[in-house]
Write a protein that binds this ligand. Structure first.
Ligand SMILES: [Zn+2]
Length: 93
């Protein structure tokens, strides 16, 4: 675990929007790791919403539909959906 923490500590980590297809990236030229919390949450939320709507779908089809839905949304819609979920969900646990 310490080795992993040391490795993480050697990088600059930025939490920011990247694009609709990228939840994380690393630029080896400057050791910057970017992580997109909005997209991570949006993908997870949409995946679970597809499960709610279509409980008999398998994981592969659920994931395919969730990704398709996300890709059809605008960036503004994705961020709005996540903001709404955070408002509803309250605190992180
Ligand atoms: Zn699932």
């Amino acid at each position: 675990m310490e080795d992993l923490l040391n490795l993480i500590g050697e990088h600059h980590i930025k939490f920011c929007w990247i694009d609709k297809s990228t939840v994380g990236s690393i630029d080896p030229s400057n050791d910057v790791i970017k992580i997109s919390p909005y997209l991570l949450i949006a993908e997870t939320l949409m995946h679970e919403m597809v499960h709610c709507q279509f409980p008999r779908l398998d994981e592969v089809e659920t994931e395919r539909r969730a990704r398709s839905r996300i890709q059809r949304m605008t960036v503004k819609e994705i961020k709005r959906m996540v903001d709404f979920a955070i408002i509803l969900g309250g605190k992180l646990c």
